[in-house]
Design a protein around this ligand. Sequence first.
Ligand code: ADP
Ligand code: MG
Length: 695
Amino acid sequence: MPIIVEPWRLDPLFAELGSLRGVGDALGKLMARALGGDRVIDLLFHVPESYIDRRQRTTIRAALPLQTVTLEVEVMTITPPETPRQPTKVTVTDGTGFCDLVFFRAFPHQKLRPGQRVLIAGKMDDRRQIAHPDHIAPAEKPEQFPGVEQVWPLTAGLFAWHLRKPMAEALTRIPSLPEWHDPALLRRQGWAGFTASLTALQAPEALPSPLPRQRLAYDELLAGQIAMGLMRRRVRARPGRALTNRALTDSALTPPASLRAQTLEAFGFDLTEPQRHVLAEIDADLSAPRRMLRLLQGDVGSGKTLVAILAMLRAVEAGAQAAIMAPTEILARQHARTLARICPVPSALLASSVTGRERARVLQGFADGSIPIAIGTHALVQEGVEFRDLALAVIDEQHRFGVNQRLLLGAKGEHTDVLVMTATPIPRTMLLTQWGEMQTSRLDGKPAGRKPIRTTTHPLSSIGVVCDAVSRAIAGGARVYWVCPMVSESEVLDLAAVEARYASLADRFGARMGLAHGRQDTMVREQALADFAAGRTQLLVATTVIEVGVDVPEASVIVIEQAERFGLAQLHQLRGRVGRGAAESFCLLLYDDQLSETARKRLMLLRETEDGFRIADEDFRLRGGGDLLGTRQSGLPGWRLANPETDEGLLHMAGRDAEALLTRDADLVSERGQAIRLLLRLFGRDDAFRTLHSG
Ligand code: ADP
Ligand code: MG
């Protein structure tokens, strides 16, 4: 099969923005900030959010206040400023009324002389003034006047005119490309080619119809679906292993089935019904000879850890090893403590703070198999960490890890099964686009006997009332978290805020207090948490270092300061630190007395419900469908041209299209397959293809 377009021909699109004429260092940086990337392709995929049609003329009389207008007018008078602070005023008319053009800065003498007829465009205010018109051209030269103008998302200091020339040049860099879509599909949808569609959006001669964006959205979705399909095939192609209980075949060993029983007994509670159900799903995967890739979604406090532990024991029972990776050292250490307490087999923690002899011992134990259970942070996926036989990798609170990290731990073993756990609800469309290679399980509900968490809101001015409540709770033996937000850009200032709060509370609550924040030495912070967990302290002042997963069932009160500064999902996570035991629990949200309407609504929602899925939904709505998982936090790649929420129809189409293509041509060697390789490269999805063919 001939190569149609060599992939290197796309290289000019992957050159830096600075390779475009007129884009220097400073402009390049500004552009990169707005585009979310610093290559030519990032500019091309930075599509306008709307357009202004400058060809539509109106009259001064017909213009609505605050409307962006194009007028053909005659210059009447020019009034120079009397003082340097005043603007130059140019009064114009079109016979239907008068209008003032206002210039605070330099004003274009050449173009505006009394008696001249000009075309002007700009936004008219409610006093019939246009400050600094966007465009001015002689009326007899309408060709100098723009037609349709792009309104790109910008950033402070960056203007549309900055982008215009670089964009035009970028468009010329697109090589001639073969069509990767089925011609019948294009006909049916009325879609033009890739380059034509991009040009229609980025250099429009007329207001673009929805078709070009749709076509490009489909390109992006298809690239994603093909990448995922390739990944899925890769996973399936590697055989898994059937983890069976060795006791069944090798009765000389202690009946290892009892590992789970012993662990549950040490834990002190039975599995809940949902836990049992989910564990059965996992067991079925583990004992099947294919590789498991399962996502376990369960709300905060639903009891995912225990499920993970029992799944890991299945690997151990089969004579192999298991590992659990957590996003923070606090959480990893907590898992390590839990395992040490309830599991009858050796386990060890690996984190960057584990050094020297202990590190050597742990690495040795993982490598020779004498430590069957590994617990750790991302230190686990580093080079040099080896396992004798890693059968199961668990990734806890996955939203904190980058997308690809979820597979890295699994790559530490030959046929490693992977279980990913998350409390952050992942919307259905995102499951389809980002998690399609995974099976999913839902852990609904919480362990029995839990009472609802009572959530209340308080203005900062009534912090005294809150302190009184905390004081009563502490006198009654309760354990209380007091969360201070990270508010400023500066860690030093944040630290000062936490320490100041600690000091002011210490005046009142004295010795039975602890302090935990991210700038502490690991050991100091660990000690503070351990003291709190053991009840040696009753009030823990902390930053969001406790946000994810911290589990002290005896804690029953959480105070969150400046709650309005947190995302709803984060507040839900924080609140989930209480309500983990049988005691009635309370969450007190303190807010700054000035509260915006949206902020108020968000806090109200939290008062109303404890359902993480509902909270995520509403949060999505309140934020106008922005970035649900907090992309910054989660590292999930965003979409440039498609919106999986609103383009769901296209998404399903792309899913079917990708499956059909890969079924026929999994190696992408057919004519269409080769064109698809280019598509993957354009959308940065070609790693899926490359890894497939390298390993
Ligand atoms: P998450 O799903 O948020 O990770 P955890 O695994 O930390 O939740 O569990 C929340 C709390 O519920 C913990 O204190 C845990 O010990 C407790 N728990 C888990 N399973 C059960 C159970 N079956 N019965 C009673 N308590 C349980
Ligand atoms: Mg957890």
